[in-house]
Design a protein. Structure first.
Lengths: 89, 157
C-alpha cells in the first residue's frame, strides 16, 4: 500500500526536477551580476585586499552580526548548563 | 553498582596527562596565541579573519586544558571566562560602531572610516577594528565553552 504512493511521489519529484533542467544556465554562466560587481569593485569600494573579507564585513556586515549573536547565544546556553553553582549560595 | 562504575571510569581516565602533551602544551601555547592574533589582525590582507583566528586561540586553550594541571585550578581565569564580560563588551562596541553609520546618515554598519592605501596594515576602513573585536569575542567565547566542558569532566559528585 505504502510503496506505490512513495514511488508516485518520487516520480512526480523527478518529473518536476527534469522539467526545469532544460532552463538552467550553462555551466559557469549566470545572470546574477552581484558576483561580478564584487570582483571588479571591491577594491575601490572598501580598499581591502581580501575580497572575501570585504564581503563578510562590509557588504554583508549585518549577516556577520547575526553570526556573532549565534555564537554568543551558544556560549550562554553552555554556561547555563554547566556553570558551577556557588556552594554557600 | 554506582561505586564500581565510578572506579572503572576513574581507571580509564588517569588524573595526570601525558608528559609529552604537558610539556609541548606550555612550549607551543605562546606561538599558537601569536598565530591566532596574526590571523585576525591581517584578515583584510590575507586569507583568514576573526572567526578563524579566534578558533585558533581557543584550540590553544583547549591544548592547555588538556595538558596543564595548573590552569584547571586557576580560579581567576575561570571567573573571567565564566562572566562573559569581554565578549559582551566586544559585541557592544561592534553594534555602537554600526550605529555611528546611522548617525552619519548612512546605513547600519556603514564603513565610514578613512579607507587608506590598499594593501597596507591600516587600510580598508573599519574592517581591521571589527575583525579584531570579532577575533577577541570568538576566542573568549570558545574558550569559555572549552573550559566549561573540561570542568564538567573533572566534576566529582
Amino acid at each position: 500500500m505504502r510503496k506505490p504512493v512513495l514511488m508516485a511521489c518520487f516520480g512526480l519529484l523527478l518529473v518536476v526536477l527534469l522539467s526545469t533542467a532544460s532552463s538552467i544556465n550553462e555551466f559557469g554562466e549566470h545572470d546574477i551580476g552581484v558576483g561580478k560587481y564584487y570582483n571588479e569593485n571591491a577594491g575601490d569600494d572598501t580598499s581591502s585586499k581580501n575580497i572575501v573579507t570585504s564581503i563578510v564585513i562590509d557588504y554583508r556586515g549585518y549577516d556577520t552580526l547575526g553570526e556573532i549573536t549565534v555564537l554568543f547565544t551558544a556560549t550562554i546556553g553552555v554556561l547555563s548548563l554547566f556553570k558551577r553553582e556557588e556552594k554557600d549560595g | 553498582m554506582d561505586e564500581k562504575m565510578e572506579i572503572s571510569i576513574k581507571k580509564r581516565m588517569p588524573e595526570r596527562s601525558n608528559i609529552i602533551v604537558s610539556n609541548i602544551a606550555i612550549l607551543l601555547f605562546p606561538f599558537i596565541l601569536a598565530y591566532g592574533v596574526y590571523i585576525f589582525l591581517f584578515g583584510h590582507l590575507s586569507p583568514g579573519g576573526g572567526f578563524q583566528g579566534g578558533a585558533i586561540i581557543a584550540s590553544g586553550m583547549a591544548l592547555m586544558y588538556m595538558g596543564n594541571e595548573k590552569i584547571k585550578q586557576n580560579t581567576t581565569l575561570s571567573k573571567i571566562l565564566d562572566s562573559i564580560l569581554i565578549p559582551s563588551i566586544c559585541g557592544l562596541i561592534i553594534v555602537i560602531v554600526g550605529l555611528f553609520g546611522i548617525v552619519r546618515g548612512d546605513n547600519f554598519l556603514q564603513n565610514f572610516f578613512p579607507k587608506g592605501q590598499i594593501g597596507t596594515m591600516l587600510s580598508a576602513g573599519f574592517i581591521p577594528l571589527i575583525y579584531a573585536l570579532i577575533g577577541l569575542k570568538v576566542a573568549f567565547e570558545l574558550s569559555t565553552i572549552v573550559e566549561n566542558f573540561n570542568r564538567e569532566e573533572d566534576h566529582e559528585p
